[in-house]
Design a protein around this ligand. Structure first.
Ligand SMILES: Cc1cc2nc3c(=O)[nH]c(=O)nc-3n(C[C@H](O)[C@H](O)[C@H](O)COP(=O)(O)O)c2cc1C
Length: 158
């Protein structure tokens, strides 16, 4: 399998932290893959996975372990319009707050991971969870994690 030439980052957010993480990745990881596109999840459905990109879900968590409002249509489409996504390789950056929501920590990202795996998509690496209570900046640690993740994803055999 050839290494991917395009990374598509799908952003689910309420207060923009996930978008800042995606933008940091766009800047910091440009040397690792020919093209990086950041797309907000608003208005997307399962067809966004029809392409041949490498996908990165970058989403926060709201309510009680729910996906953010702008991610709901895409998340529900994965359940309501299911199709086999065996060609899809993806990673997950899940934002949450363990201090205030220990029971549902990072469940927004984990929900996407479960649905994608159910449809046959293949996750590269582990889900990366950022804890807003940890005192680290999501953009900094998210972009650092993504460099390692991309190195893994770009290996032809992985
Ligand atoms: C009303 C509200 C509900 C939240 N619910 C959860 C939750 O259930 N689980 C969790 O891990 N984090 C929860 N969070 C924390 C956010 O996911 C976290 O602050 C995240 O960094 C926000 O990212 P965003 O700015 O991209 O939306 C909640 C935050 C708010 C304000």
């Amino acid at each position: 399998m050839n290494p991917p030439s395009r990374l598509l980052i799908l952003v689910g957010t309420m207060t923009n932290t996930a978008e800042y993480v995606a933008q940091a990745i766009e800047m910091d990881c440009a040397d690792l893959i020919p093209e990086i596109e950041v797309r907000m999840m608003d208005g997307l459905d399962i067809r966004v996975f029809d392409g041949d990109a490498l996908y990165l879900i970058c989403t926060s968590t709201y309510g009680s372990g729910d996906v953010p409002d702008n991610a709901r249509a895409l998340y529900e489409s994965l359940g309501n319009e299911p199709k086999f996504l065996g060609h899809v390789r993806y990673g997950v950056i899940a934002l949450g707050d363990h201090g205030t929501h220990p029971q549902t920590f990072c469940q927004g990202g984990r929900r996407f991971d479960e649905r994608l795996a159910d449809l046959g998509a293949v996750r590269v690496g582990d889900v990366f969870c950022h804890d807003a209570s940890a005192g680290t900046e999501a953009e900094v640690v998210g972009a650092a994690w993504c460099r390692e993740w991309l190195a893994l994803a770009m290996q032809p055999a992985s």
